[in-house]
Design a protein around this ligand. Structure first.
Ligand code: AMP
Length: 208
């Protein structure tokens, strides 16, 4: 049976870092809707408008992008790791018509921590990798080419957090039987969080 893990959490909760570690260890196909949508912005400028303002992209657009990716052969053999999807109940309901979700792992991070973290975030336009000047420093040789994402400002993070809270409780209720909450405090390290994320993946792998 295809394994489908969802890694959820507010913006800047460390989903990307945890996904990198999971992909490296378990070989899952990483499906980040933020990355997939950013890659399509050039051919579909309306996407940029939603994304630059911090708003959610309409469900139908996101679902079609994810459905296309989930339908490829590598997902059946390697399993999928969904990052940033589903973000609304409608997306979760639609996903349920396509695959059986194995676990919904939720990184629980307080709003103040998110706001504090966002100011140090930088992205590498060449690789798409995300760094944090304090918590995940980039290699010195690429620092000059790093950019701050247009939606990583304090004003836009408030919009993104608002969207997150509006949808999060209905998503957690929808996935109640598969929910694994991982508490991440201001001083949690990526390694400490990963130990708990990994424990959940191991628990479920052993059942499959
Ligand atoms: P992320 O990189 O996950 O923070 O996503 C960046 C932006 O892409 C979000 O602020 C939304 O505008 C859009 N986006 C990503 N995933 C979704 C989704 N599942 N539903 C709606 N919009 C999304």
């Amino acid at each position: 049976m295809t394994r489908v893990f969802i890694l959820a959490g507010p913006p800047a909760s460390g989903k990307g870092t945890q996904c990198e570690k999971l992909v490296e260890q378990y070989g899952f196909v990483h499906i980040s809707t933020g990355d997939l949508l950013r890659a399509q912005q050039k051919t579909n400028p309306s996407l940029a408008e939603y994304m630059n303002s911090g708003a959610l992209v309409p469900d139908e657009m996101v679902i079609s992008v994810v459905a296309e990716r989930l339908g490829r052969a590598d997902v059946a053999t390697k399993g999928a790791l969904l990052d940033g999807f589903p973000r609304t109940l409608a997306q979760a309901q639609e996903l349920a018509t396509k695959v059986k979700v194995t676990s919904f792992i939720s990184l629980e991070v307080a709003d103040e921590v998110v706001v504090a973290r966002i100011s140090g975030r930088r992205s590498d336009p060449e690789t798409g990798k995300v760094y944090h000047m304090q918590f995940k420093p980039p290699p010195a040789e690429i620092v000059d080419r790093l950019i701050t994402r247009g939606d990583d400002t304090e004003e836009k993070i408030k919009v993104r957090l608002g969207n997150f809270h509006k949808n999060n409780s209905s998503l957690q209720t929808f996935y109640a039987s598969k929910l694994c909450q991982v508490e991440c405090g201001a001083d949690s390290t990526p390694e400490g969080v990963y130990e708990r994320v990994q424990a959940e993946v191991e628990r479920l792998q052993s059942k499959m």
